[in-house]
Design a binder for this molecule. Structure first.
Ligand code: SAM
Ligand code: DTB
Ligand code: SF4
Length: 324
């Protein structure tokens, strides 16, 4: 039977004494996952910048003047080359991001469908993050071989309108429903460090954990403050908050992949190790996220070696549910 988490229960986990929280999360992590395994994913921005939305954190919104140079949709060949490189470097999931408000039924979408087909044929978990989707568009992506769709709720419903005014929380939830109804794996998480309260963070986790089905994947991002965006002056998120967020997500969504996403460039090996201890079991590798820097490949190789971590195989979730 589905367990419903109350805001109060989640808050109690979040506020546990730090070591107790990490211990409980690490214990649950071991019941559902191999703690020596971390999935390595690669992001590629297939269409960069010029986005009509006003997400206050985002360097790709057309209305802010940032370092990002807009470019049109990449060619299939470039995408396949990047995906192959990523696979050779140990990535098992490839996520293509477009700075779109929503998918439109046009030639660009047809090209994206071809990209999904191509990357899927490599045997990687293909993920896309393209903005809002209709039910029909989700079905087309599914038929092309899409494994997962990323669509973040970003923060609590209450804090949402301080961050984004060009769409609503309900728009986000509707897209997640369209993704779920078409049997695509759901990836949805958020960002901390955007001036939210602890209640907002708990509210975000509350919404995610109580979706009709919990997301299979929950990215936890620390804001990367980009000059030119309204959030450029936000102070760095303390690692303690990142760990609390990851640990709480792990406890209330035990089966999900919890992804230590944006913000790793500013974290030491010790800090990242604490995140893995608290239940994070995925990272993005490669020197760029979408448009901002990420640790270099050799640094991540050294991190994995130091911590005796192995990269996780592709489709492990699907394989283990089939055998269960
Ligand atoms: N346009 C699509 C959308 O918004 O759903 C897909 C691309 S969008 C860049 C993907 C996600 O990246 C956002 O939902 C947000 O959570 C994250 N993101 C964007 N800028 C960020 C930043 N500066 N720091 C941390 N995360 C960020
Ligand atoms: C997610 O939650 N984080 C990734 C992925 N999903 C698409 C993106 C982070 C982007 C950070 C800012 C940038 O590089 O543009
Ligand atoms: Fe556009 Fe996505 Fe950036 Fe918002 S987060 S401005 S929708 S690219």
């Amino acid at each position: 039977m589905k367990h419903t988490w109350s805001q109060e229960e989640i808050s109690q986990f979040y506020h546990l004494p730090f070591m107790e929280l990490v211990y409980q999360a690490a214990t649950i992590h071991r019941q559902h996952h191999d703690p020596q395994e971390v999935q390595v994913c690669t992001l590629l921005s297939i269409k960069t910048g010029g986005c009509p939305e006003d997400c206050a954190y985002c360097p790709q919104a057309a209305r802010y003047h940032t370092h990002v140079k807009a470019h049109k949709l990449l060619d299939m060949n470039d995408v396949m080359q990047k995906a192959t490189q990523a696979q050779e470097a140990g990535s098992t999931r490839f996520c293509m991001g477009a700075a779109w408000r929503e998918v439109r039924d046009n030639r660009d979408f047809d090209k994206v469908l071809d990209m999904v087909k191509g990357v899927s044929a490599l045997g990687m978990e293909v993920c896309c993050t393209l903005g809002m989707l209709t039910d029909e568009q989700a079905l087309k992506l599914k038929k092309a071989g899409l494994y997962a769709y990323n669509h973040n709720l970003d923060t609590s419903e209450e804090h949402y309108e301080d961050i984004i005014s060009t769409r609503t929380y309900q728009d986000r939830l509707d897209t997640l429903e369209n993704v779920r109804n078409n049997k695509i794996s759901v990836c949805s998480g958020g960002i901390i460090g955007m001036g939210e309260t602890v209640e907002d963070r708990i509210g975000l986790l509350h919404t995610l954990a109580n979706l009709p089905e919990q997301p299979e994947s929950v990215p936890v991002n620390a804001l990367v403050p980009v000059p030119g965006t309204p959030l450029e002056q936000q102070p760095k998120v303390p690692v303690w908050d990142m760990v609390r967020m990851i640990a709480t997500a792990r406890i209330i969504m035990p089966k999900a992949m919890v992804r230590l996403s944006a913000g790793r460039v500013r974290m030491s090996f010790e800090e990242q190790a604490l995140c893995f201890m608290a239940g994070a079991n995925s990272i993005f590798s490669g020197e760029q996220l979408l448009t901002t820097p990420n640790p270099e490949e050799h640094a991540d190789k050294a991190l994995f070696q130091t911590l005796n971590i192995r990269p996780r195989e592709a489709f492990k979730e699907a394989h283990s549910t089939q055998h269960a």
